[in-house]
Design a protein around this ligand. Structure first.
Ligand SMILES: Cc1cc2nc3c(=O)[nH]c(=O)nc-3n(C[C@H](O)[C@H](O)[C@H](O)COP(=O)(O)OP(=O)(O)OC[C@H]3O[C@@H](n4cnc5c(N)ncnc54)[C@H](O)[C@@H]3O)c2cc1C
Length: 286
């Protein structure tokens, strides 16, 4: 199948991009890395009247630390986060997760912001965004708006973005010293989306868990922050029994969706096993 005919626009500034979006928001689709959109166009599951290519827009490629957060511009590619030169456990977590995201050519083009905008329920960056309290920054002709990751994802391929809004960047708070991190994923074959992926950040002080973040991809119809399991860990002594309890709590709060190769029970089992695994690895970090 070939894409439907569309008008192609490639503005050079955010202001111009936002005015193109404002002309016909419901029938205009943003093109970033194109690694999901081009497939949708080919299958005609996306039938836009206008394609707004933002790859020439100045200022969207910024990547750096601002106000104790990693500010990721809308054109920052997955591969840049895989090889991030930053002395913070967030960089280690991104480096651990990124190799599970598709293949190197896809990571060279696809963007972090595009992944959050696409909102695949099993996307690694979605799990990271909810676990680390990221903020999505949007621009429209009405001005800037910020949406916390916790209220960004509305369901499979559905977000809080309004049709006239462009995601301009995402801010991921740094963790700082003392945090250990880990990532683990199960998928059918290399280069496919995860059946389940779990990532953890854990801070242990004086033999007790003083901070825990758990993000799950593929555990529900949207990225899941396993707050129940985080609660099990809070203030407790880190050991295998505790991680088993936390794994069971994460599995209980998961609400998986069945797929032909992955039943609800199997997904729940993966959440349990992978949660235990990442907690043990993150706790052993220091
Ligand atoms: C074979 C294959 C395997 C893959 N495996 C994985 C995987 O394991 N894990 C994973 O997470 N992803 C995977 N992907 C998807 C890939 O990560 C995409 O890069 C990502 O989902 C979308 O990023 P993009 O920049 O390519 O966005 P695009 O394809 O350009 O856009 C995707 C959607 O987001 C919207 N959008 C993008 N940027 C913006 C913006 N700035 N503002 C508003 N809307 C925007 C677009 O309008 C479109 O609807 C895979 C892709 C392929 C082809």
């Amino acid at each position: 199948v070939k894409p439907v005919s569309f008008e192609y626009r490639a503005p050079a500034t955010v202001d111009e991009a936002v005015s193109v979006l404002a002309e016909d928001p419901a029938r205009t689709t943003v093109l970033a890395g194109g690694q999901s959109l081009l497939i949708e166009l080919r299958y005609r599951t996306a039938r836009p009247r206008v394609i707004l290519d933002v790859n020439q827009v100045g200022g969207l490629d910024g990547l750096g630390v601002e106000d104790e957060s990693l500010r990721i511009g809308a054109l920052v590619r997955h591969a840049q986060l895989e090889h991030l030169d930053l002395d913070d456990p967030v960089a280690a977590l991104m480096a651990a997760a990124a190799p599970s995201l598709a293949h190197p050519p896809i990571r060279a083009r696809g963007t972090f912001a595009g992944s959050l905008a696409y909102a695949h329920p099993a996307a690694e960056w979605g799990a990271l965004a909810v676990a680390l309290d990221a903020t999505v920054v949007l621009m429209s002709s009405a001005g800037e708006r910020q949406v916390p990751a916790a209220s960004w994802f509305r369901g499979p391929f559905s977000t809080a973005r309004r049709p006239d809004e462009l995601v301009t960047s995402v801010a991921v708070p740094l963790l700082g010293p003392g945090w250990g991190v880990a990532f683990s994923e199960h998928r059918r074959t290399h280069g496919t989306f995860a059946q389940v992926a779990v990532l953890a950040a854990v801070r242990i002080d004086n033999g007790r868990v003083r901070g825990a973040r758990l993000g799950v991809a593929g555990g529900a119809d949207r990225p899941l922050r396993a707050t129940g399991a985080e609660g099990v860990l809070a203030g407790a002594e880190p050991h295998d029994d505790l991680f088993r309890e936390a794994g069971a709590a994460a599995a209980a709060e998961a609400d998986p969706v069945a797929e032909p190769h992955c039943s609800v029970d199997y997904r729940r089992h993966l959440v349990d096993v992978l949660t235990r695994r990442v907690l043990a690895q993150a706790a052993a970090w220091n």
